[in-house]
Design a binder for this molecule. Structure first.
Ligand code: SAM
Length: 345
């Protein structure tokens, strides 16, 4: 298997069969080899720098009913909230003072936030913080809406494809959601010039080596500037409450493969990874990740943006959080930087 890891490093692609063999036959030693190689590739492209993104979870209302997600429409136990414009701006202000130069506005698909409201939010943030990048992560929208966001000044968009296998997509999402539409949205975002992020959950119910091969090949074809992967973690008030969580070991191995396949990609060590293991984010960085997305949402609402059980939402203020993160990164020989952290194409 080592020869396949070397081939991925050299050629940045494997065939369907090769990916399948690598995923089904690798040993722990080979996983370690891939992780170390991926960390080298990260360093070659980005040095010791770790980019931070200030995550603002601004609404947990959602019209969708994804079977895995704690803020799905049918979860009547979720306490719903929306931040006001003033609250969002105050998260940005706090983040800016702490050195954040990217803000990520993430939320459920909330009808209250119409195109006009999102556009004015973008205008307001970009006017106050012209040196910052703005990332949106608010789901599937018509082309014209994405275009309006882009024209208003949004720079990036995160929309995980979740799985590139039709049947698996059906297991995770009820109608009317479809893989075809998810992919169309991703292509539209790329066409409009967004730095675009795709990705998937590791160990989601129904995921197999075959579905994963499709994920890797889809990512290679799409050539996203960002890839978000993290373990699936069950949520007690969803149909997947009894399902098993994705593992640390698999997540780290797939992070490494993504770094080898897309050497310059912006790759976060996600909150979900930090949730399943106390050193999850550090281990993610040591497996090729180069981005961390600390939470800037007001501490009162963090518990309500509960996508999965035990999601990290310490009551600590953003300032304490960033200090802790800086120390953790230093301890593994890396450095949190104050920079927009754009894709180096
Ligand atoms: N509504 C937007 C969207 O669909 O892209 C953004 C918010 S959505 C909650 C963000 C991501 O959370 C999803 O893409 C999904 O991969 C992840 N997520 C949801 N439930 C999860 C769970 N139980 N475990 C791990 N990740 C989860």
């Amino acid at each position: 298997m080592k020869e396949l890891i070397d081939k991925l490093y050299k050629e940045q692609i494997l065939s369907r069969e090769e990916f399948f063999r690598l995923l089904t036959e690798r040993t722990p030693k080979e996983e370690e080899y891939a992780r170390n190689l991926a960390a080298e590739v990260r360093e070659k492209n980005y040095g010791k720098d770790i980019f931070i993104r200030g995550l603002i979870e601004f609404t947990n209302y959602c019209k969708n009913d994804c079977f895995y997600c704690g803020i799905r429409k049918s979860n009547k136990k979720a306490q719903r909230y929306r931040l006001t414009l003033e609250e969002i701006l105050s998260c940005c202000q706090e983040g800016y003072e702490l050195g954040f130069r990217t803000f990520v506005l993430q939320g459920g698909e909330d009808g209250f936030f119409t195109k006009e409201r999102i556009v004015s939010l973008i205008h307001e943030i970009k006017e106050r913080y012209p040196d910052c990048a703005l990332t949106l992560s608010i789901g599937e929208k018509p082309y014209e809406e994405y275009q309006a966001y882009k024209e208003a000044g949004a720079d990036r968009y995160l929309l995980r494809h979740e799985t590139a296998d039709e049947e698996h997509y059906r297991m995770l999402h009820p109608e009317p959601l479809s893989l075809a539409h998810r992919k169309e949205c991703l292509r539209n975002l790329k066409k409009l010039g967004f730095q675009t992020g795709a990705g998937f959950m590791v160990g989601s119910p129904g995921q197999t080596a075959q579905t994963l091969v499709k994920d890797f090949l889809f990512l290679k074809e799409l050539q996203p500037q960002m890839v978000g992967i993290g373990p699936f973690i069950p949520h007690q008030d969803t149909p997947f409450r009894e399902k098993t969580a994705g593992t640390l070991k698999d997540t780290l191995f797939y992070l490494a493969l993504i770094r080898l396949m897309l050497p310059k990609v912006l790759l976060p060590a996600t909150t979900a990874l930090g949730t399943i293991h106390p050193k999850g984010r550090e281990l993610g960085i040591l497996s090729g990740a180069n981005v961390v997305m600390p939470n800037l949402s007001p501490s009162e609402v963090r518990k309500k943006y509960m996508l999965y059980d035990n999601k990290i939402c310490t009551g600590e203020e953003a300032a304490e959080g960033i200090q802790d993160l800086k120390k953790r990164m230093q301890a593994i020989g890396c450095k949190v930087v104050t920079a927009r952290g754009d894709y180096k194409g």
